[in-house]
Ligand binder design. Structure first.
Ligand code: ADP
Ligand code: MG
Length: 701
């Protein structure tokens, strides 16, 4: 493969410098390899021939065999069109060209059998095919023989330079013919044999020129497997490397801090899932290797308690811990609840955020260094170089997708021995995506909510029910509850007629007069301090309604807020809706989520809304989301630091292949963790190449 990457596309027959520049720019095709890995996005069966009498304009494509009986140019100057009458002996079809008449007209031959391929349409009650593909029957012989026609993505700019799908197809043919069977294999023979994969040359030939659907399936499978396999091999190798090369703090014992807390302070019984996860973490931190674990648990599943208990284990083993949250309000909430849990115990906790006063900071810095301070809770402020620990053993990162890879990497420098890292997230990530995005982390899942929670009731209302919704809000406020009202955007863009926050705020203010109600407003254009202050007012119960855009933070815990109303629901993605809904349902009262939408919503929006109404299960929602949107758009993907550029595999659909590829990769690494063995030379070479070029494999945490 690397050899193909070295062959410049401009030297391929049919390309040249001008077209090469367009291919570079429009499709990032620079080499033969790039071209061959520009796969068709669809195929059309070319084995079927229609009779002209069968054709109607609703057919997507037709193929017929026949002859041209007459040609005429109709119309004046710029309006001209070329019409050829085409017959298969039983019926007549019009072939029409608006462009290129000068070249096409003289090339059309009488008494010659042609194959016509194209999309039929109806004009003046006659069936015609505009700009058909036309090929002499004879010419088909001797070419790469495909029964399925490939279609390629192209851009407007390419089309205007006559590089359309068909032209790309031709280039693929040229490339394959010039390579003449010499495409170097990129998987070891032992592996292709074991799994029963066809070889790379055949796979690439068949993916562009499939001789039938069976072989096409084999080619697709081989290429998908390979793509996913190398990603997994790369991730798992990184993980192995860390395990083999890096030492970690070894937390061998459970001591006084943990036991005392467990026996006298724990305010509730842990759920089985929490117990299981704590066990998994204990095993990790006791192993002598550095832990890198992702803890997934739906909103409200009790991740904080798990984190706290791990910090206590750290303390029992002479280590300090820190807990990082993405926003000040979240950090403050953690500080409050953790201080409360630990009350009466001899454990010192401090909060460090952007607004911590200078003189308090100084004390914190000192006490961290001399070891007096045991647990530090805070925001990004924790990452500053000046924050140095006496012996940092565990870092917990809450709601990780707000933290960039680079920031996490800085944590490593805070200690000689890298601290254990626990990343906690309430954004459910489908299994396939987790395996890929966080494939080098070990994963724990809390799949159980604490008992006694009342499931949130979710309904979908159209605009005409607004008055009812407002009345419902009033009733809830009378009962002492608080309400979130969320809008998708701040300023209405001219083209989109979605309600914006300002308008919404006004209409709500009218209905909820200030004599009786107070309303908060929070949006992205506010200064952080203002936002914070307004959030605090709502958190303290000083306001009853929070009108906001999606800036209301993930993880915010205001148990008294029991109603979430989402406006223009059709504008939100599923994971966002789920996150927003997670702001309610945190107290003892029944909570509600009302999804408002206009009448005109797309099928996809409808599916999203139906899913929200049907289930509260974050993982189920995440799976639907992945199917609807594809992995590229899933929250967290862009920020994760790993940008995938999957050419053929689809994380939404190819879960099974992915799992298989991962298992095989693991098997190989179990025998040869760093791929040093002779027999794994091809694999090592390929992994090295991919990690350099294709994917940004920044180390996670
Ligand atoms: P999240 O996983 O969303 O971060 P939290 O850790 O904030 O959830 O927990 C949500 C609420 O559930 C908190 O008020 C917490 O005290 C409570 N909680 C956690 N674990 C349990 C449990 N096992 N039984 C009862 N309540 C629990
Ligand atoms: Mg939380």
């Amino acid at each position: 493969m690397s050899e193909l990457a070295g062959l410049d596309i401009k030297f391929l027959a049919g390309v040249g410098p001008k077209r090469a520049a367009i291919l570079n720019k429009e499709l990032s095709i620079y080499s033969y390899e790039d071209l061959l890995y520009h796969f068709p996005y669809k195929y059309i069966d070319r084995t079927k021939f229609y009779e002209i009498s069968e054709i109607h304009s609703k057919l997507p494509y037709i193929q017929v065999r026949g002859e041209i009986t007459s040609i005429e140019v109709i119309g004046e100057k710029r309006q001209q069109r070329l019409v050829a009458h085409f017959t298969d002996g039983k019926g007549v079809l019009e072939l029409v060209w608006f462009k290129g008449i000068k070249y096409i007209k003289p090339s059309l031959k009488p008494n010659t059998e042609y194959i016509v391929f194209g999309k039929p349409s109806e004009f003046n009650r006659k069936i015609n095919v505009v700009h058909p593909e036309l090929e002499e029957s004879e010419a088909k012989n001797g070419k790469l023989n495909a029964s399925l026609q490939s279609f390629y993505l192209t851009t407007e700019r390419m089309k205007s330079s006559f590089i359309n799908s068909k032209a790309i197809h031709k280039l693929q043919e040229n490339a394959l013919q010039s390579l003449n069977g010499k495409i170097p294999e990129t998987l070891p023979a032992s592996l292709t044999k074991k799994i029963g994969l066809i070889n790379l040359h055949e796979a690439l030939t068949q993916i562009h020129f499939p001789s039938d659907t069976e072989v096409l399936k084999k080619a697709t499978y081989r290429l998908k497997f390979e793509e996913l396999f190398y990603i997994q091999l790369n991730i798992l190798k990184m993980k192995m490397k860390r395990k083999v090369l890096y030492r970690g703090h070894q937390f061998t014992k459970i001591g006084a801090n943990f036991n005392q807390f467990f026996q006298t302070k724990l305010p509730f019984e842990l759920t089985n899932a929490q117990k299981r996860v704590i066990k998994e973490i204990r095993k990790d931190v006791g192993s002598g290797k550095q832990m890198n674990r992702l803890l997934q648990g739906d909103v409200g599943s009790g991740k904080t308690m798990v984190g706290l208990m791990c910090m206590l284990i750290g303390l029992d083993n002479g280590c300090q811990s820190c807990l990082m949250a993405p926003t000040e309000i979240l950090a403050t909430q953690h500080m409050e609840s953790i201080s409360e849990y630990l009350e009466g115990l001899d454990i010192k906790v401090a909060l460090l955020t952007g607004s911590t006063k200078q003189k308090d900071r100084k004390i914190i810095h000192e006490q961290l260094l001399n070891g007096e301070l045991h647990i530090l809770i805070g925001t990004h402020a924790l990452l500053e170089d000046i924050v140095q620990f006496n012996n940092l053993g565990l870092v917990i990162i809450d709601e990780q997708h707000r933290f960039g890879v680079a920031q996490r990497a800085r944590l490593w420098k805070k200690n000689n021995v890298p601290p254990h890292i626990l990343v906690m997230t309430a954004t459910p990530i489908p299994r396939t995506l987790a395996m890929t995005l966080y494939g080098d982390l070990d994963v724990s899942v809390i799949d159980e909510l604490p008992p006694g929670r009342k499931p949130i009731q979710t309904v979908h209302y159209f605009e005409k029910r607004r008055k009812q919704v407002y009345d419902f809000m009033k009733k809830q406020i009378d009962l002492g509850r608080q309400i979130y009202l969320v809008y998708p955007m701040i300023k209405e863009s001219e083209k989109m007629d979605f309600k914006n926050l300002e308008e919404g705020y006004e209409s709500v203010s009218e209905y909820f007069p200030s004599e009786k109600y107070s309303i908060s407003k929070v949006h992205g254009k506010m200064k952080p301090a203002e936002k914070e202050a307004e959030m605090q007012r709502f958190a303290k119960g000083e306001t009853q309604i929070m009108v906001a855009t999606t800036v209301i933070e993930v993880g915010v815990n205001i148990p008294n807020a029991s109603v979430m109303i989402i406006e223009s629901t059709e504008r939100f993605g599923l994971s966002q809706l789920h996150q927003l809904r997670g702001r309610v349902g945190r107290g003892a009262e029944q909570s509600y989520c009302i999804l408002m939408s206009s009448y005109k919503i797309s099928n996809e929006s409808r599916k999203r809304i139906e899913t929200m109404v049907r289930t509260n299960d974050g993982f189920e929602i995440a799976e639907v989301d992945l199917k609807l949107r594809g992995p590229g758009d899933i929250e967290g993907t862009q920020q994760s630091g790993i940008s995938y550029d999957l050419k053929i595999a689809n994380l939404g659909k190819d879960g099974q292949i992915l799992q298989y590829a991962r298992d095989i990769a693991q098997e190989i690494l179990d025998n040869d963790p760093l791929l040093d063995k002779e027999e794994n030379f091809t694999l090592a070479k390929q992994v090295k190449r991919l990690s350099k070029t294709k994917i940004n494999w920044s180390v996670i945490s």
